[in-house]
Design a protein around this ligand. Structure first.
Ligand code: CA
Length: 436
């Protein structure tokens, strides 16, 4: 865990007026991302209120020195892999300097102002070249709800409380927030049909997850000790693991998800650092009475004490009818990362435990994070009880699964008494009709 410093002080305010009280990007957050302006080159920047602080311009203006300068030089690129690889000391140096530059009473304010772009003029892109993507399954309520649809008496498989379950996903189809996704065509077979057919998925779903960017990697064959795992985390984002349930149901045995999940995954574009989230660290939710203890390679006292975090997650649905009638988005779920059965450090330690090498810019997904009840269900599969009980919207529409034109929006909020609330920005995408 990072030590709290002046960058977390609640009294620190920015001369960028929109940052003060901003739901996502006050000066205490400072997430990093990749943007472009007017279709120009990709550049790195830091979100501050409704503006983006351009790291490359700030470097040219001589606003950095020492370790912060080295970090800014690595970050001033069209993708952040080299910067993510540097790890915590470089991140902290850059954070402290950028925080000072954007604070009220900064002596270099006029120079800093020349490095700011209005966010509304910028397009956001993927923050890094994602070499590999692995999606876990650590949301225990999600695993229980989904398992119950198939196995009412024993929803969790016997391995669940021993192994952080995951599958290797597809990195090439990960998209930045705002890019529409296309409904996949695929092979499905209705339960009462004799043979499968090929066509548009009719059970398109979302999954509410967080993503974790890997910072420093590990060498092939060298596991990551659980006590060191946090040092490999470069930051966090929101992740929508779009899922075609009908394709999934037909293809998933015996090897797990394949085309049901490889057509698109959407992430929020800002990398929120472990330092920004440090005030919101909490103890891992204690395991239920009778649950097994993690094996030693997955257990660390410090990780149990502060390896979880308190992050509120919200999933919203916008339909064309809701927009036309001027109605607000429909809240599908309000959940929290406290419902993760395994910590991010446990996910990392497990992933590398057999010798697999993680690399800077790799993305790990948490798996769907649902709470215990329907109001916190992080997928439609759960919220509609397997596609049986429709969700009713204020527009008079109903949904079992997503329709063309629907948009899913995720947001995240970290709050704690005595600290300034921070968010992640939106993870949003609209569903386009399947290709004919
Ligand atoms: Ca998933």
């Amino acid at each position: 865990m990072s030590i709290l410093d002046e960058t977390h002080a609640p009294e620190r305010r920015s001369f960028v007026a929109t940052a003060n009280g901003h739901p996502d990007f006050p000066i205490q957050n400072l997430p990093i991302g990749i943007f472009s302006r007017d279709g120009g080159e990709r550049r790195s920047g830091i979100a501050i209120g409704d503006a983006i602080f351009d790291i490359g311009l700030a470097l040219q203006s001589g606003l950095f020195e020492g370790e912060a300068r080295m970090a800014a030089e690595a970050a001033a690129a069209p993708e952040l892999n080299a910067y993510l690889a540097l790890g915590a000391p470089a991140r902290v140096a850059l954070r402290r300097r950028v925080s000072a530059l954007l604070a009220v009473d900064c002596p270099e304010q006029s120079q800093v102002e020349a490095c700011l772009h209005p966010s509304s003029d910028c397009a956001m892109h993927l923050p890094a070249r994602i070499g590999d993507y692995t999606d876990f399954y650590v949301g225990i309520h999600h695993a229980t709800h989904v398992g119950r649809l198939f196995r009412p008496d024993s929803p969790l498989l016997p391995n669940y409380k021993h192994v952080p379950i995951g599958y290797h996903g597809r990195a090439s189809s990960i998209l930045a927030s705002g890019t529409a996704i296309r409904r996949p065509n695929g092979q499905t077979k209705a339960a009462d049909a004799d043979a499968p057919t090929y066509g548009p998925s009719r059970r398109l779903d979302y999954e509410l997850e967080i993503g974790v960017f890997i910072g420093p990697g590990n060498s092939l064959g060298e596991p990551i000790a659980i006590g060191d795992a946090a040092e490999h985390i470069a930051g966090f984002c929101l992740l929508n693991d779009w899922s075609a349930r009908d394709i999934q149901a037909w293809e998933y045995q015996p090897l797990g998800p394949f085309l049901a999940k490889n057509f698109a995954s959407t992430i929020s574009p800002w990398v929120v650092s472990p330092e920004a989230l440090a005030p919101f660290r909490i103890a891992q939710t204690p395991r239920a009475e009778g649950d097994p203890q993690p094996l030693p390679y997955l257990f660390d006292e410090k990780d149990q004490r502060q390896g979880a975090f308190d992050l509120e997650l919200e999933a919203l649905l916008v339909t064309e009818a809701l927009s036309q009638k001027g109605l607000p988005p429909h809240r599908l779920a309000l959940s929290n990362t406290q419902h993760m059965y395994w910590t991010v450090a446990q996910m990392i330690a497990h992933h590398a435990s057999g010798g697999c090498n993680l690399q800077p810019g790799d993305l790990l997904g948490s798996g769907t994070i649902s709470g215990p009840d329907l109001a916190s269900a992080g997928s439609l599969l759960e919220a509609t009880e397997g596609g049986k009980s429709p969700i009713r919207l204020a527009s008079g529409e109903e949904r079992l699964f997503l329709e063309d034109g629907d948009e899913i929006i995720f947001t995240a909020r970290a709050r704690r008494e005595g600290y300034v609330t921070i968010g992640f920005g939106a993870c949003r995408a609209k569903v386009l009709p399947a290709r004919q």
